[in-house]
Write a new protein. Structure first.
Length: 293
């Protein structure tokens, strides 16, 4: 184990599905990584965040072969943290988990923007369990759209999963076309028939991440041409593009080329959804230049 004191920093990325912590040494090289559970403030609350952050940070420290006393600073980039009351709660948590260590707390969108383009001029679109669009004009101007939480957002994994369940229910009632989503989702949830969805969905311990986990099923069926799945994906993609347009307009970035970072598991991990979103964005914001982190 290294005997250097204060030679390391830790960066944490906490989202609606998982939390990742990375230890960097004095040369900026990755010394250790760790992963924990979801850390969105409004999904799991402060106790859930405490557990996820502790698990990820401790695993990263173990991977680096160092102790907490050898860390000089941390940055926590967390989904659902942007308002003063949220920051206050997290600063208190930081004092508990990392006493004596300088901890900077930011929304995960800012980290994705700077990490993606290296500057604070541009826009980032994150679509994972939830979604948010955040941008800066490089002169101090900031704007955001989304980040309202899973019940109010459209375009993230939760909204895709919820839309799939709704499509299955409507098809079962004869209100919509039949969809292959029914068989795929029921198999994924180990359910026998559409009506079993009610008990599963409204179970007291049902987690946001479990509904968001249905989004890959939606996109897989969209890829093979299921009409309902394609419609769900296309509507979600346009909702994301609308949010990008709103942020761009408020920042005045739409009159010349600017970088648009596409981040989050749905965009980095699924080519079809990324293409649908890119096409929708170009239709609304021609000067946007989509790029992956």
């Amino acid at each position: 184990m290294s005997d250097k004191t204060g030679s390391y920093v830790i960066g944490v990325d906490g989202g609606g599905s998982k939390t990742v912590a990375v230890v960097l040494d004095e040369r900026g090289q990755v010394a250790g990584r760790g992963q924990g559970g979801p850390a969105n403030y409004y999904h799991v609350g402060l106790p859930g965040m405490r557990a996820a952050l502790t698990q990820a940070i401790q695993a990263a420290l173990q991977g680096a072969g160092i102790g907490l006393g050898q860390v000089s600073a941390m940055t926590w980039a967390l989904a659902g943290v942007d308002r003063p009351e949220e920051r206050r709660a997290l600063l208190d948590l930081a004092a508990e988990l990392a006493p004596g260590i300088a901890v900077q707390i930011e929304n995960d969108a800012l980290a994705a923007l700077v990490g993606g383009v290296g500057t604070r001029r541009g826009v980032v679109l994150i679509a994972g369990t939830g979604m948010i669009v955040y941008g800066e004009d490089g002169q101090g101007g900031k704007a955001r759209a989304g980040g309202w939480g899973y019940l109010l957002e459209h375009g993230g994994g939760y909204s895709l999963g919820r839309a799939a369940l709704r499509a299955i229910a409507l098809a079962h009632d004869g209100c919509r076309l039949p969809t292959r989503l029914a068989g795929r989702v029921l198999a994924a949830l180990n359910l026998a028939q559409p009506t079993d969805i009610v008990a599963w969905l409204y179970a007291p311990d049902r987690q946001v991440a479990e509904i968001a986990a249905l989004s890959p099923v939606v996109l897989a069926e969209a890829e093979v041409g299921d009409v309902m799945a394609l419609d769900i994906a296309a509507q979600a993609a346009d909702a994301l593009a609308e949010a990008v347009e709103a942020v761009t307009r408020r920042l005045g970035l739409g009159i010349s080329p600017f970088p648009l970072v596409l981040a989050g598991s749905l965009l980095t991990g699924n080519l079809l959804y990324r293409e649908l979103v890119t096409q929708a964005v170009r239709g609304r914001v021609p000067f946007a230049q989509p790029t992956l982190p």
